[in-house]
Design a protein around this ligand. Structure first.
Ligand code: C5P
Length: 208
């Protein structure tokens, strides 16, 4: 069983993916972390973000079990990740890793931007999780403030819109809803409501 979840930053897809994996007894891969890990390695070594060969070399040394989300979630790493994510050869390399993860039993939940369209086109069920940019910026702001970090709603909103544009307009594997994906708009939902809606969609798809 493979659950493919795509959607823009701060849509709630990561939390939903983790909770669905727990609920259905599946493994979980946040594929955004794979792009972040490559970007972080390049930044740490002072290497260019636009060199396909170097990025592919970094991806070959990537260990999925050793990606530290608390380090990789830094804002500047997200920005750099969305730039390296435009490199076609890097995507090919990371997609291979992600597909290997998805194929291992008992199945998995993968979340990202191109899971339903490229990584797992034959997934058991596909969700496209979205929310208005304003709702996403509000959530991100509240999340940072609750951790005692600084957060400016306006600049977060601008960053999200810029990243959405880069992710949905790139030529290779742009973020888009797969034709057979269920749309889940969480703008007016809290996480509990969104989770229940996602469980219902998956259960119905499995029963069908
Ligand atoms: O989901 P997250 O914000 O961690 O992803 C960071 C960046 O990695 C995204 O902005 C996107 O450019 C890229 N990404 C991607 N394909 C995926 C997952 C993430 O292009 N499957």
């Amino acid at each position: 069983m493979i659950i493919a979840i795509d959607g823009p930053a701060a849509s709630g897809k990561g939390t939903l993916a983790r909770r669905l994996a727990d609920h259905f007894g599946l493994r979980h891969l946040d594929t955004g972390l794979t792009y972040r890990a490559v970007a972080a390695a390049l930044l740490a070594k002072g290497l260019p973000l636009g060199d396909e060969k170097i990025a592919v070399e970094m991806a070959r040394h990537l260990d999925l079990a050793n990606m530290d989300k608390s380090v990789l979630s830094a804002h500047e790493i997200g920005e750099a990740a969305s730039r390296v994510a435009t490199l076609a050869a890097l995507r090919t390399e990371l997609v291979k890793l992600q597909q290997r993860f998805a194929a291992a039993p008992p199945g998995a939940v993968l979340d990202g931007r191109d899971i339903g369209t490229v990584v797992c086109p034959n997934a058991t069920v596909k969700l496209f999780v979205t929310a208005s940019p304003e709702a996403r910026a509000r959530r991100r702001t509240d999340e940072l403030l609750s951790k005692g970090e600084q957060a400016d709603y306006k600049s977060i909103l601008e960053d999200l819109k810029r990243r959405d544009a880069r992710d949905s307009q790139r030529t290779v594997a742009p973020m888009k809803q797969a034709r057979d994906a269920h749309l889940l708009d969480t703008t007016e939902m809290d996480i509990e409501t969104a989770f229940q809606a996602a469980v219902d969609i998956v259960t119905q798809a499995c029963d069908a």
